[in-house]
Design a protein around this ligand. Structure first.
Ligand code: NDP
Length: 453
């Protein structure tokens, strides 16, 4: 395993809230190699003791369940380098002269990805090094292709890890277990039996001070282009031969290639974009998105996006897949639900109306449930609706920990391959273009509501 990691953008939110806590958890689980160390790079005038203090405080806040010994062990392995990471000389200083391969994690604003990759190329990383690129990977198809070309000028594809942390979520990985380790679901997993599929990530969280990033992204780019399309891949793909990265990622790309690029008429009919107005969520007063600090209301950034897609292949022909994500909604709801078709003929009295079965994979908290119909306790042939559900044990290693473990082991199964990233943009780009051209009106919904009506 590689023992040296460079975190570029080490004072940022991602490093503080996710990367350091994930590393501490891996350390606790004994998954970090002997002598593992982190060089933390950022622009602030800071030194190693100051950075260690920053890390200790953030670990106490964001990894309180990780034992103190693991947290302080990680803190001691941190070294700070004040650096503009687009400067190859500063990268060389952080690399040192050991010649050992490194993992370089770009925890940076996307605008800095390209100059940083160029600087890494100029600095010359030791043989066998790996590079980790955060989302969003490009802002449209052309920029994603450009970023891929730039990466491939310096690194072979197997050294590039494009992050989508949803792939590290236990429930997301459970889609594979559920589909391919059980006989009962797969025969029904097609257009003969499935009426529609919903993939939803609704949040009660509003902007929470992240206008700097979010106002230039919006819900479609922030959630649907990456996380929810990844879920669509796992739910819809053909069974891979093995779970080896090549087999799995080939099947995901096949699925993405089968997703229809919506026509202008379909975009008007099958997509919704909206923005929250002022409202109340529990005891919180939420200002209108347009009035949030650092938001440019003229940009018309959507905080709610819904897109219905079709997978034009033998298995899924005609089945709508609705992907939806919104902020400042009245309820947190994150799930994949498979809605089965009604029974072909009801044997019961007309008023009994058997409800179609729904299989739901709750993503947060982790839960699986199946809604079925049975005979109820009343009249002997009455029907009763029953939910068979199970809470899953909490994830021991957080999503970022699972991703980092794959990167340390050199296994890209949980990372996005270059062609996958481009295919995702191919699907989303026409929608973005139509929205930017105002072909779909920007609707509104009060914060705390269920979204636009
Ligand atoms: P932040 O803006 O909080 O942090 C970025 C860090 O990069 C800052 O410390 C910034 O320093 C530093 N930086 C910027 N330019 C340079 C440079 N030229 N040289 C050195 N340091 C530089 O962003 P986040 O941590 O939130 O996000 C980082 C990445 O992670 C983004 O791609 C984001 O999309 C992704 N991400 C973030 C998530 C989150 O919840 N935060 C979740 C999922 C993905 P300075 O203050 O000096 O500008």
């Amino acid at each position: 395993m590689i023992r040296h990691m460079l975190v570029l953008g080490a004072l940022g939110d991602l490093a503080a809230r996710y990367l350091l806590p994930a590393l501490a958890r891996l350390r606790e689980a004994g998954e970090l190699p002997e002598g593992f160390r982190v060089s933390a790079l950022a622009r602030d005038d800071q030194d190693t003791p100051g950075y260690r203090e920053f890390a200790g405080e953030n670990l106490a806040e964001h990894a309180p369940d990780t034992p103190e010994a693991a947290r302080s062990g990680l803190v001691e392995a941190l070294e700070y380098y004040q650096a503009d990471v687009t400067d190859p000389e500063r990268i060389k200083a952080a690399l040192g002269d050991s010649g050992e391969p490194v993992i370089v994690y770009l925890a940076l604003p996307p605008a800095v990805f390209a100059p940083t990759i160029e600087a890494l190329g100029e600095a010359g990383l030791p043989e066998g090094s790996r590079i980790v690129v955060e989302k969003p990977f490009g802002e449209d198809l052309e920029s994603a292709q450009k970023l891929n070309r730039l990466l491939h000028d310096t690194f072979p594809e197997e050294a590039v890890f494009r992050v989508d942390h949803f792939l590290g979520l236990q429930t997301v990985q459970n889609v594979l277990g559920l589909r391919f380790a059980n006989r009962v679901f797969e025969p029904l997993w097609n257009h003969d039996h499935v009426e529609r599929v919903e993939i939803v990530w609704d949040e009660t969280l509003a902007l929470e001070g992240r206008a700097g990033y979010y106002d230039s992204a919006g819900a479609l780019k922030d959630m649907i282009q990456n996380h929810l399309l990844q879920l669509l891949c796992l739910v819809g793909m053909e069974p891979p031969l093995t779970l080896h990265e090549r087999d799995l990622r080939d099947r995901k790309v096949d699925l993405l290639r089968a997703v229809r690029r919506l026509s202008p008429e379909e975009i008007e009919e099958l997509t919704v974009r909206a923005r929250y107005t002022a409202g109340r969520i529990a005891d919180r007063e939420i200002p209108a998105y347009a009035d949030e600090e650092d938001v440019d209301p003229e940009r018309e950034t959507e905080t709610f996006a819904e897109v219905t897609l079709f997978v034009d292949n033998w298995r899924w022909s005609g089945v709508p897949f609705t992907l939806r994500s919104g902020k400042a909604l009245g309820q947190d709801r994150s799930e994949v639900s498979i809605h089965f078709k009604p029974v072909p003929h009801s044997t019961f009295a007309p008023e009994a109306k058997p409800e179609p079965n729904v299989l739901t994979l709750g993503l947060d908290p982790d839960r699986i449930s199946l809604d079925i119909e049975i005979n109820g306790p009343g009249e002997s042939l009455d029907l009763e609706h029953l939910e068979l559900g199970s809470e899953l044990s909490p994830q021991k290693i957080p999503a970022y920990g699972r991703l980092l473990l794959g990167i340390l082991e050199g296994d890209p199964t949980l990372s996005i391959r270059g062609d996958e990233a481009e295919e995702s943009w191919r699907i989303v780009e026409p929608i973005l273009e139509a929205w930017n051209a105002d072909k779909v009106p920007l609707r509104e919904y009060p914060a705390g509501s269920g979204g636009p009506s």
